[in-house]
Design a protein around this ligand. Structure first.
Ligand code: ATP
Ligand code: MN
Ligand code: MN
Length: 366
C-alpha cells in the first residue's frame, strides 16, 4: 500500500489540443517505438491504426516525467490494448519484438527509402515494391518514367533527407522576405510549421504569406516565385492555385487537412558555408520549402492550420466537430448549431471560439 502511494500517477485530458506538449519529451524511447508503428501503418494504407498509435504517443509526450510502470498509466486516454502491449514490452524487456521486427523488415525499409523520394507517396512505393524495386539503384535501373517532382526528388535525395537546421531555416527566411519585399512591399511573411513550434530541425521550411489589405495578396505567389526563379534560388517548383471559392464542397472539410490556398511546393538552392578542411566541392544544398498565400481575412485560420503538429491539427478538428458541432479548416470556423461562421483575426480568438485554453505554438508539439 505504502509503495503504491509513492508511484506517480499521471492524468491528461483526452484531446491533444487540450494539452500543452513541449519538445521536452520524458518518454522518447516509448514514443519513438509507437511513432515507428504509426509510420508503418500510414505507409501501409492503415490510417486508422496510424492515428491510434500517434494519439498514444502524443499522450506519453505530454507526461511530466518518465513512465516506469504500467500502473502509472491507468485511466489515461488513447492508450489502446495494442499500444499498452508495446509499452509493457519495452518497460519489461527494454524493447518490443513487434517494433524491432518492423524496423528490420525489408518491406518497411523499402517503403522508407522510396517514400523518402520527394513526389513519391505510399501507393507508388507499394507498386514499385511489388515489382521488386527496393532501392534507389533498382528504381533507376527499372526504367520507370518519373514525373518532374520525382526526378527532382531522386536528384536531390541525400540533401532532402538531411534535416534542415534552424540556421538554414533562418537563411531561407531572409531570402523569402527579400523576394516578398521586392515584389509586394507591405506583404508579410510568417514562418510556420515545425520551426514556429520551436523545433531545432525540420524536413522542410514552411511559410505563410499575406497582405494587410484584403485582395492585395492576389497574384502574389507568381510574382514571388518569378523573383526567386530569376535570382537562381529554385531547383524545383510547382504552384497549385487557390481553389477555395470555386469549390462546391463547402469551406470547411473537417475530415481532411488539405486546404485550398494557393501554394507552391519548392526545392530551394541554399548556399552553404564550406566546412573548414572539407573536401566537399558542392557549395550549396537543396532544401524543401513550402509557400502558402492567404488572404488576410483567413490568415488566423491559415496560421493555426499550418503551424501543426499534424496530430494537434487533427485533434483540433476532432474537438471542433465532436465537442462543439463546429467545422474547423485552415480557411474558416463554421458553427453548425448557429449556422454561421466565426470570424477571427488571431489564433487566440479561434481557441476562444472553440472553448479551448490558448496553446502557444511551442506547446503544440503533440
Ligand atoms: P517538419 O519539421 O517535418 O516539416 P512540420 O510540422 O513542419 O514538420 P509539415 O509537413 O511541413 O510538418 O506540415 C506543417 C503543417 O502544415 C502541418 O500542420 C500540416 O497539417 C500542414 N499541412 C501540410 N500539408 C498540408 C496540406 N496539403 N494542406 C493543408 N495543410 C497542410
Ligand atoms: Mn515543415
Ligand atoms: Mn511543409
Amino acid at each position: 500500500q505504502a509503495a503504491a502511494a509513492e508511484v506517480q500517477m499521471f492524468s491528461v485530458p483526452s484531446y491533444a489540443c487540450q494539452r500543452r506538449t513541449t519538445l521536452e519529451n520524458h518518454n522518447a524511447v516509448l514514443t519513438d517505438a509507437l511513432s515507428l508503428l504509426a509510420e508503418n501503418a500510414e505507409l501501409s494504407d492503415q490510417e486508422g491504426r496510424g492515428v491510434a498509435f500517434r494519439r498514444a504517443a502524443a499522450v506519453l509526450k505530454a507526461l511530466p516525467g518518465p513512465v516506469t510502470g504500467l500502473t502509472q498509466l491507468r485511466g489515461l486516454p488513447c492508450l489502446g490494448e495494442h499500444s499498452l502491449r508495446v509499452i509493457k514490452d519495452i518497460l519489461e524487456n527494454g524493447a518490443s519484438d513487434e517494433v524491432e521486427s518492423t524496423r528490420q523488415s525489408e518491406h518497411f525499409k523499402a517503403l522508407k527509402v522510396l517514400t523518402g523520394i520527394f513526389g513519391v507517396g505510399p501507393k507508388t512505393a507499394e507498386r514499385w515494391i511489388r515489382e521488386g524495386i527496393h532501392s534507389l539503384i533498382q528504381l533507376r535501373e527499372s526504367g520507370h518514367t518519373l514525373n518532374r517532382a520525382q526526378q527532382a526528388g531522386l536528384l536531390h535525395y541525400d540533401d532532402l533527407n538531411r534535416p534542415v537546421t534552424r540556421a538554414e531555416a533562418d537563411a531561407i527566411t531572409e531570402v523569402v522576405v527579400r523576394a516578398v519585399v521586392a515584389v509586394a512591399p507591405g506583404a508579410e511573411v510568417t514562418l510556420t510549421g515545425g520551426f514556429r513550434r520551436g523545433k531545432l530541425t525540420g524536413h522542410d521550411v514552411d511559410f505563410l504569406i499575406t497582405h494587410p489589405e484584403e485582395g492585395r495578396e492576389e497574384g502574389l505567389m507568381s510574382k514571388v516565385v518569378s523573383w526567386l526563379r530569376s535570382q537562381g534560388f529554385l531547383l524545383y517548383e510547382k504552384t497549385t492555385r487557390n481553389s477555395y471559392l470555386e469549390s462546391t464542397e463547402g469551406p470547411a472539410r473537417p475530415a481532411s487537412n488539405m486546404d485550398r490556398f494557393e501554394r507552391c511546393l519548392t526545392i530551394f538552392k541554399l548556399d552553404e558555408d564550406q566546412r573548414p578542411g572539407s573536401e566537399e566541392t558542392k557549395l550549396w544544398r537543396a532544401v524543401r520549402v513550402d509557400l502558402v498565400v492567404s488572404p488576410i481575412s483567413q490568415f488566423a485560420f491559415a496560421l493555426l492550420g499550418w503551424t501543426g503538429s499534424k496530430l494537434f491539427e487533427r485533434e483540433l478538428r476532432r474537438w471542433a466537430g465532436h465537442e462543439k458541432a463546429m467545422s474547423l479548416s485552415s480557411h474558416a470556423l463554421y458553427d453548425n448549431n448557429q449556422s454561421r461562421y466565426h470570424r477571427a483575426t488571431s489564433e487566440e480568438e479561434i481557441f476562444a471560439h472553440l472553448g479551448l485554453e490558448f496553446v502557444p505554438p511551442s506547446e503544440r508539439n503533440a
